[in-house]
Design a protein around this ligand. Structure first.
Ligand code: HEC
Length: 422
């Protein structure tokens, strides 16, 4: 009798610990929220607090953006995208506004988030810049649209589509009101006062300035006033960072993942190994891996084949070590990054995206209750502040469409309410 009871209890425990097969989730039963995204240009933390923004006083008083702007996303995007004070280099044909359909579900193990959006281009943005052999050296081929070389027609526009979300659990002051805009500053890439490589190296020991949170600086509007390592470590230990999940059509989707990163004094990656790694041997100045001709039909690709076949270079799948004596010809190209399974805390997020009839559908799976020092743990009963962004049609940095903050709740009241799966 006792044994029988035990067996039943074990079965029960196993069943409750089992995760749903995301392919079997009936998404038509899960309510969808349409989140409006708009083109923000250079509406930085600093600009929003300056007398150039009519809402500056409200922003300084930590009021929510949506309190003044809800329902105006289309109008704001249209005004910014066409060029002006907030967009010095407008991109022709760029969507000012985008609707992101969000659905959320969870079970005892995971959160399942499903996203859908229409792409500007009539094809999925699965390409990433390449290294092209010019007869002597391997040089970058293809750049994102906001880059000067693309604007001047010297490089083709090539960059991957992305879906990004920032998550906070209430520990980052003002994130619930102003979301992503807290992280966008003067000095960052493609922003006013973009830092030189030398300056970024001197202050941050990095080649550029990227997203940071106000509390990581003694003066939030001056990226150079970064606090001491001890102060930053304390801030991180107290949860004063936002989680940054990035699904990438080139550099994570083919290996079933989405980046796991976070924003503190910089845009950082979680501990471990990412889904992608640089394909450049910096000492020898040649790629590290080339395609396995038996799997890819050739050892390299060429400009002619861009957007005509899947370009991914995946370690242990269709890649082999670069052979310098393989008879390289001018115009041979290899991907700038190769893919691999992620490891450790960087491997938490799984994702699968498919593009059909002009729409991406991405399902993201994130375990509940993550205990890593660089993660915001999602929990049953929890409500989180989230911001969404889409990078669409060969662009990066500010060239995205962004949302005001929404709340995401697991078995709790929120803008986006995750449904518990049975
Ligand atoms: C107290 C109200 C208020 C708050 C809070 C506020 N704004 Fe504004 N904002 C305004 C007004 C008013 C305008 C001018 C609208 C117009 O010209 O139609 C404006 C204009 C803008 C514009 C358009 C700039 C242009 O090209 O003219 C952007 C972008 C913007 N706000 C972003 C934000 C963001 C992001 C936040 C939150 C961090 C925010 N605003 C918070 C009142 C506010």
């Amino acid at each position: 009798m006792k044994r029988l009871w035990l067996a039943a209890a074990v079965t029960l425990a196993m069943a409750s610990a089992m995760a749903a097969d995301p392919a079997k989730i009936n998404w038509s039963k899960v309510p969808a929220t349409t989140v409006p995204l708009f083109y923000p240009g250079q509406s930085s933390y600093e600009w929003l607090r300056s007398d150039k923004h009519p809402g500056a006083q409200g922003v300084q008083a930590n009021l929510p953006c949506a309190g003044c702007h809800e329902g105006q996303q289309k109008k704001l995007g249209a005004k910014v995208v066409k060029g002006g004070a907030l967009e010095p280099t407008p991109v022709k044909g760029k969507d000012a506004y985008k609707e992101l359909k969000v659905q959320a579900a969870y079970d005892d193990q995971n959160a399942y988030l499903r996203f859908q959006w229409k792409t500007n281009a009539r094809r999925p943005g699965i390409e990433y810049p390449y290294y092209r052999f010019d007869g002597k050296e391997w040089k970058v081929y293809g750049e994102p649209r906001l880059n000067k070389a693309v604007r001047e027609g010297k490089q083709p526009p090539i960059y991957e589509d992305r879906l990004t979300l920032m998550i906070d659990d209430g520990k980052v002051p003002v994130f619930a009101a102003q979301g992503c805009w807290l992280t966008c500053h003067t000095g960052e890439r493609d922003m006013p006062g973009e830092a030189s490589k030398a300056d970024a190296q001197k202050v941050l020991k990095r080649n550029d300035v990227r997203k940071y949170l106000p509390l990581t600086r003694t003066n939030p509007s001056d990226w150079t006033t970064v606090k001491s390592d001890e102060e930053l470590a304390k801030l991180k230990a107290e949860g004063g960072f936002v989680d940054l999940v990035q699904w990438r059509a080139h550099r994570s989707n083919p290996v079933g993942g989405a980046d796991d990163g976070f924003v503190l004094q910089y845009r950082l990656f979680d501990k471990g190994k990412n889904h992608f790694a640089s394909n450049m041997d910096n000492e020898k100045k040649v790629p590290k891996l080339m395609y396995d001709a038996r799997k890819f039909k050739s050892k390299a690709t060429t400009a002619k084949d861009v957007r005509k076949r899947d370009p991914f270079l995946i370690k242990d799948v269709n890649a082999v070590a670069f052979d310098p004596s393989a008879g390289w010809k001018e115009g041979d190209m290899l991907p700038r990054y190769y893919l691999q399974p992620a490891e450790d805390s960087a491997a938490d997020n799984k994702a699968k995206g498919t593009w059909k009839n002009g729409t991406w559908t991405v399902v993201l799976i994130r375990p509940l209750g993550l205990a890593n020092a660089d993660d915001k743990a999602l929990k049953d009963g929890g409500v989180y502040s989230v911001g969404f962004a889409v990078h669409d049609d060969n662009i990066t940095t500010r060239g995205h469409q962004v949302s005001f903050v929404k709340t995401l709740g697991f078995g709790a009241k929120a803008d986006i309410r995750a449904v518990k799966l049975k």
